[in-house]
Every structure is written in structure tokens, then in C-alpha cells.
Write a protein of this length. Structure first.
Length: 199
């Protein structure tokens, strides 16, 4: 039976190798966009996450996860990714370090500031972020994208949103992360999209 072995064999030389493990963030929805687009305010509205929020660029310096709870015990995980800037794919700003985290999300929610304080154009900002995603990874650029127009409280007649729809020729989900307008509808839509992709 040899339950208590009394014999042994000489050991052989073992194998040795260096392995680099890379931990990536996993979330259902990844929030992308320019710095100060309102990503942190949105995730704080949708979940119990409390990221730092301030009126200067790169307030978020590391990804923040939040669980969005909906009625009927439904939930999904949302990730606030630090703001991307032009050149992020090659290391500019904080973007490159976190672009890899976006790869592990199911859907991208692209947050557009409809009235940037720096005077830039919302459409050009959108195109700049899309360009960074494409240059970083063709596969990442193919992920399903939901376009979210933030700060509709500054566009009471809806002209900016309509102009955005005309120029981008895409579906736009208008919200105000500050007042909460449209956030419930957006959360429901995101959950439905995540559910369909997972199924």
C-alpha cells in the first residue's frame, strides 16, 4: 500500500521561467471621453462609487468601478476611465496606461461634453477620442459604442443636441449628470445592451 513511503528518488533539475502577469479591469460598461466630460459625475449618480470630482482635467487618475443597481435585482458594473487626450495611444497624458482596461469592457459609453469650457467643438472631441481608440487597437475600436451627450441643462432648446445628431449621424443619448436628467433612461438602455451582448 505504501501509505507511509520509506523510499525516495533523487530529484531532477526543475524548470525556471519569468512570467509577466497583467491584471486588467473588468466591467460591463466603460466610460470614455475627454477630461472633464462628466464621466465621474455620471458614475457617482448611477452607483455608490464616489470618485474625486473637480473642475480641472485629469481629476480621475485611476479607474473607478461602480455597480449600477436597477429594479428587479438587475445590476451591471460601470468603470470610469481617466480622460483620454490626443496622443494617448502613444503615451500622452494618462490615457495609454488605462486604454488596456477598456479592452475588458463589454460596451463603451462615449461621454461628450456638449459645451466644453475650453471652447473646443464637441464633434471634434468625439472624433479625437475615436481616433485614439482606433490607433491603439482595431479590436477595441470595433466595440459597441453608446454615445452620451452630457450637460443638456446648458442646452434648454436642444439645438446643440440636434446639431450633434446631424453631424455624427448616430443615435445620441442626452443626459445631465449634474441634474440627473436622462440618467435613469440611460442606465436602463445600457443594461439592456449589456444583457443582449452577454446572451
Amino acid at each position: 500500500m505504501n501509505q507511509t513511503p520509506r523510499n525516495a528518488e533523487p530529484g531532477k533539475k526543475g524548470q525556471e521561467r519569468n512570467i509577466r502577469l497583467e491584471l486588467k479591469l473588468i466591467a460591463d460598461v466603460g466610460l470614455v471621453g475627454m477630461p472633464n466630460a462628466g464621466k465621474s459625475t455620471l458614475i457617482s449618480r448611477c452607483s455608490a462609487a464616489r470618485p474625486k470630482i473637480a473642475d480641472y482635467p485629469f481629476t480621475t487618475i485611476e479607474p473607478v468601478l461602480g455597480i449600477v443597481e436597477l429594479s428587479g435585482f438587475r445590476r451591471f458594473v460601470m468603470a470610469d476611465i481617466p480622460g483620454l487626450i490626443e496622443g494617448a495611444h502613444s503615451g500622452a497624458g494618462l490615457g495609454y496606461e488605462f486604454l488596456k482596461h477598456i479592452e475588458r469592457t463589454t460596451i463603451l459609453a462615449h461621454i461628450i461634453d456638449i459645451m466644453p469650457t475650453d471652447g473646443s467643438e464637441p464633434v471634434e472631441n468625439y472624433k479625437a477620442i475615436r481616433s485614439e481608440l482606433e490607433q491603439y487597437s482595431k479590436e477595441l475600436a470595433k466595440k459597441q459604442e453608446i454615445i452620451v451627450a452630457n450637460k443638456i441643462d446648458l442646452d434648454p432648446d436642444g439645438k446643440i443636441i440636434e446639431d450633434l445628431r446631424q453631424k455624427l449621424k448616430k443615435e445620441i443619448h442626452p443626459i445631465s449628470a449634474v441634474t440627473g436628467a436622462g440618467i435613469k433612461e440611460l442606465s436602463e438602455f445600457l443594461w439592456q445592451q449589456v444583457k443582449e451582448l452577454k446572451e
